[in-house]
Design a protein around this ligand. Structure first.
Ligand SMILES: [Zn+2]
Length: 268
């Protein structure tokens, strides 16, 4: 996808804020002091997108064109381990098609180290980054070569869906806490949600087509209303699951770091 994605910001700023700010409500009582993280996680939910403007290496971390992989097209999965994937597909191919799952993994590892070092101020910013990459992994247009509808004559779908529609309707998405599960295998966990969320791609392209037809071939209010009606079920699900996965990953990193006691006031 490269260059033109620069202007596209995954769930848009509002979407990422919602995903990140809702994550702490999933934490169990022992992580109560994390509740204070909500605001910082929200404020920094789009930091990785902002970095893309100044750091040329940031861009490819926000997506994986999973359908560029023949293995995925044929068997619905790819080689997931970083080294094994590089050996099988080549570093050039991987970089060309985005490094999102491996970036999520390495951000998680940094968080574990910061928890171990009790470096709370840095840990919360890393957790915000982690929530951002998890959010991107729950956005079907960050998982396909047809990320902006060029291949199907639906150019501009990316910002219509993630920014304009989301900004208009995000307040009607409710995120409520629920039981968190332990993560047994990090790489499996991340690829699992990528494979799962990719499946909504076709419904999204179809909704865009239907809405455009019904709105007399214009991207007007009616178009957005129909797009929302057609996609709100799985859109709300993906936003909720992003939040929950962010919480699961933060909690898991904390467990892996030996469950350090979190001070009540961590200085922000
Ligand atoms: Zn992003």
């Amino acid at each position: 996808m490269i260059a033109s994605l620069l202007l596209l910001c995954s769930w848009g700023e509002k979407g990422h804020q919602k995903i990140n700010s809702s994550a702490p409500q999933f934490f169990p009582a022992r992580l109560n002091n994390y509740q204070t993280w909500s605001e910082v996680l929200s404020d920094h939910g789009s930091d990785p997108d902002k970095r893309r403007r100044v750091d040329p290496t940031e861009e490819i971390k926000h997506y994986i064109d999973i359908d560029a992989y023949t293995d995925f097209v044929q068997a619905h999965e790819i080689v997931e381990g970083k080294e094994e994937a590089i050996n099988k597909y080549s570093i050039e191919f991987i970089k060309k098609n985005g490094t999102l799952p491996w970036m999520t993994d390495s951000t998680y590892q940094v968080l574990v180290q910061q928890f171990e070092a009790k470096d709370w101020a840095r840990a919360v910013l890393t957790a915000a980054d982690l929530g951002h990459y998890v959010g991107d992994g729950h956005m079907p247009l960050h998982l396909t070569t047809n990320y902006d509808g060029k291949e199907t004559g639906q150019q501009g779908i990316h910002s219509r869906y993630e920014s304009k529609m989301i900004n208009k309707y995000i307040d009607s998405i409710a995120v409520n806490g629920s039981h968190l599960h332990k993560i047994k295998n990090l790489s499996r966990y991340v690829f699992d949600y990528i494979y799962r969320n990719y499946q909504y791609k076709d419904s999204l392209f179809n909704a865009d087509k239907v809405a455009f037809e019904k709105a007399n071939h214009e991207y007007n209010d009616l178009y957005y209303q129909i797009l929302w009606n057609q996609t709100k079920g799985f859109t709300a699900k993906m936003i909720r699951e992003s939040s929950k996965s962010t919480a699961e990953l933060i909690r898991m990193a904390w467990i892996e770091a030996g469950r350090p006691r979190i001070p009540e006031n961590i200085g922000f």
